[in-house]
Design a protein around this ligand. Structure first.
Ligand code: PMP
Length: 405
């Protein structure tokens, strides 16, 4: 069978992720890898989950833990999340929360909800590769979101009108305002307000990907875009921001629990989508997450923040010491990533080949994070899974490698 004869057109946009392919090659023990962007498994709250799963299997909970459940998600967990959202300036109730199988599923559903083929999604350059992967299936066009731009709302409006050409219109801006993947950068308060003003002028939705938001190491927390928009509009039901949260970076990604916080109109539509797709996220995962979150969330997150922060410090100190002239790098206030920009004549994918073969270090070449493939000379380094000693040694090797070019 020639499968290409029967495949839907969207398949042409769906490619294997460069990162996943790469991670397969990195199992060799002598490689110091800054490539993954995953939590350190040594930091998983294993004992708390063990107890939570045991509780879920007691007669009081087992019948519901193992039964079909509602598509919105497990109510006690939605209530806890609504309380947490309130603490970061997003007053809402459990009906504004929709549980997904990781925030990755939220991105897929939001693509399905908002994109008709030919519509435009505004994404930062670079942006989270997994968001492009999720949106691609719905056949959008991409335009560059310069979150730091000084463009006036009027100019944004004119630009949006120009992009609406009969084949589609601009539908949303997608970004991580805190410690973005891949750059580690954070959008300032002024930047957030300006972005919301442009979104108002363009009459588009804003998807706020908050996967790393709880992992702030230093500096002042800045209110989420959704909080600012709610303040301006008088309530979540009037807000154009759709917030995507996740327990993956704080508790554990294997549970696959994330959430969307948004106006009830949006939540209701996502619930219909989930009914059609997988009925609901696993009840057992949601229940265990609820028990663990209520018991240890703040204390656990404080603990992992301290450890990741020390690794971030080790990486920045080593980069400052080892990088040759002309190499620049971001200084994240949280999250898991540093974004390193090397000589524009170099292709980071080719640098990686030599890094693995000759220097036994790995990172993710930056090209895949650009919707238009426009740059090749960046690399994403993650400090989340390396010890301070490995970071020191790995960055020393990276310096030697870059000087060899
Ligand atoms: N958004 C961003 C920015 C991410 O980095 C990730 C994980 N790499 C996700 C979303 C998806 O995470 P999850 O589905 O585990 O919540």
């Amino acid at each position: 069978m020639q499968w290409t004869d029967v495949l839907a057109t969207r398949n042409s946009r769906m490619k294997a992720s460069e990162i996943r392919e790469l991670l397969k090659l990195l199992d060799q023990p002598d490689i110091i890898s800054f490539a993954g962007g995953i939590p350190d498994p040594a930091l998983f709250p294993t004992a708390a989950f063990s107890k939570a799963f045991e509780t879920a299997m007691t007669p009081e909970h087992a019948a519901s833990a193992l039964q079909y459940s509602v598509s919105e998600g497990y109510k006690p967990l939605r209530e806890w999340i609504a309380g947490e959202m309130g603490k970061i300036g997003v007053p809402c109730d459990a009906d504004n929360i929709f549980i997904t199988s990781g925030s990755q599923q939220a991105l897929d559903y939001l693509g399905k909800l908002l994109i008709s083929p030919g519509d435009t999604a505004l994404v930062t350059a670079p942006t989270y590769l997994g968001a492009l992967g999720a949106f691609n299936a719905y056949e959008p066009r991409y335009a560059r979101l310069d979150a730091f731009s000084n463009e006036t709302p009027e100019a944004a409006q004119a630009e949006a009108a120009e992009a609406s050409d009969g084949k589609g219109r601009v539908k949303f801006a997608y970004l991580s305002a805190d410690f973005a993947n891949p750059t580690g950068e954070t959008l300032s308060l002024e930047g957030r307000k300006a972005l919301l003003a442009r979104a108002d002028a363009m009459n588009i939705a804003v998807i706020e990907d908050a996967a790393y938001q709880s992992l702030r190491f230093d500096g002042e927390a800045i209110p989420p875009l959704q909080a600012l928009d709610i303040e301006a509009k008088g309530g979540i039901e009037n807000s154009r921001v759709i917030y995507c949260g996740s327990f993956s970076k704080t508790l554990a990604p294997g549970l696959r629990v994330g959430w969307v916080c948004a106006a009830k109109d949006v939540i209701g539509r996502l619930v219909l989508m989930k009914q059609a797709a997988d009925l609901h996220s696993p009840t057992l995962s949601q229940m265990a997450t609820n028990f663990v979150a209520r018991e240890i969330f703040d204390e656990h997150v404080a603990k992992i923040r301290a450890i990741y922060s020390s690794r971030r410090d080790a990486m920045l100190a080593a980069l400052a010491r080892e990088m040759p002239e002309g190499v620049t790098f971001t200084r994240p206030e949280g999250g898991m990533f540093v974004w390193v920009t090397i000589d524009p004549k170099l292709d980071a994918a080719e640098v990686l080949a030599r890094a693995v073969a000759d220097y036994r270090i790995a990172f993710v070449p930056g090209g895949a994070f650009y919707a238009d493939g426009s740059r090749r000379n960046d690399m994403r380094l993650s400090y989340s899974c390396a010890t301070n000693e490995q970071i020191d040694e790995g960055i020393t090797r990276l310096g030697r490698l870059l000087r060899s070019f």
